[in-house]
Design a protein around this ligand. Sequence first.
Ligand SMILES: CC(C)(COP(=O)(O)OP(=O)(O)OC[C@H]1O[C@@H](n2cnc3c(N)ncnc32)[C@H](O)[C@@H]1OP(=O)(O)O)[C@@H](O)C(=O)NCCC(=O)NCCS
Length: 406
Amino acid sequence: MITGIDALAFAGPAGYLDMSDLACARGVDPAKYLNGLGQRRMAIATPCEDTVTMAVDAGARALAGFDVDPAEIGTLIVGTETGVDHSKPVAVYVHELLKLDQRCRTFETKHACYGAMAGLTASMDWIASGRARGRKALVIASDIARYGLNTPGEPTQGAGAVAMIVSEKPRLLGIDPSRIGDYTRQVMDFWRPLYSKYAFADGHYSIQCYLDALVGARADAVGECVDLLDSLAACLYHVPFVKMAFKAHQRQLEIEHGGVVSRDHNESWQVLKDSYQRLVAPWLSLNADIGNIYTGSLFLTLIDLLRQQASALAGREVSLFSYGSGCGATFCIGRIIDGAERWRGALDPSAQLQARRRLSIDEYEALVHASETSDSLEALDPASFGLHGGVYYTGTRDHCRQYTHA
Ligand SMILES: CC(C)(COP(=O)(O)OP(=O)(O)OC[C@H]1O[C@@H](n2cnc3c(N)ncnc32)[C@H](O)[C@@H]1OP(=O)(O)O)[C@@H](O)C(=O)NCCC(=O)NCCS
């Protein structure tokens, strides 16, 4: 049985910050953010848009866009590293707001940016075991990446959710269970202590940990294979910032070439640039426009690929690499399902992104400060942030978070 991804949908905040505006405000050459990191914009959440509301929005879009009845969902998993409670899972709010069945198993997974891949593979195992009894799983990646004002991580923020429905007859991507490889190692590259709203990161070390994990997980998935890239139509990576995907692809080529690929070796550098343009770069435009969405960022590249090339690449194989700091990783191989292009309209978030509002630096900084206290405020008004037509966080009363259709 080949299980996999049956439906995909993205949802994110209504506002964004242009990276050139941020660079000017911080006195940084805009080329550093635009070219050095590869980012154009980053989505910024208001206090009324949180991990729950984005997950509900993405989940509702996946169910409606792919004609799935909520009663068909037998497992709901929300992967997040920016939950709203130390104990109560985001998933149980989402369960209620999406009106899922009470017999649906529901939980949250946390392992930095790896939580949704953990949910995806756990759902595949749930189906393969026979426990699903024909039902589907809804796996939602939802996060707000916050590093704080004036930190090195500030240009690698973002916010958004990707919902995936997992089934035994996937309409978008089948995943080969015999080529899934894993990697785990205890490292302090990125973490968020219980007392902090902001993540702590040893940024350059985290890049090294990511690349080590790629080597380990790939070896576990496909062994010593040295011509994998020749057989693939695309390589999809976890994308905390777009340039990271270039570094990851460089490491994959080094594995296959058995040596260093660098600017100093003209021939190998040209091979890398060509391979990157063919297999990686075309699917990074959503990440460049939305920024880092932690658990969902790998799956954003899959949405980008399917909205552009599902027809041309039908039947072809792609690799997927998920990395979560701390650290855990999975490398696997999927195959694009024939007919996936029929669902382009349901998964393409272009209209949502075009409707977003560009924030000024002052508005962005005011939102950052407002979000610091919003968890304990009694009443928040979505309209005061220009929000309407969705489910929003409207404050915490008697220590209980309130979610309202507005
Ligand atoms: C990613 C991160 C480490 C970058 O930190 P930084 O020290 O401010 O940035 P760097 O000096 O490394 O510059 C980033 C890139 O821009 C390039 N750059 C710098 N100035 C530039 C300019 N004026 N024009 C063009 N490129 C420029 C650098 O050469 C570098 O590219 P390279 O890595 O290919 O050499 C930081 O944003 C961070 O900590 N992010 C959070 C953690 C994270 O995302 N980790 C990823 C793994 S999970």
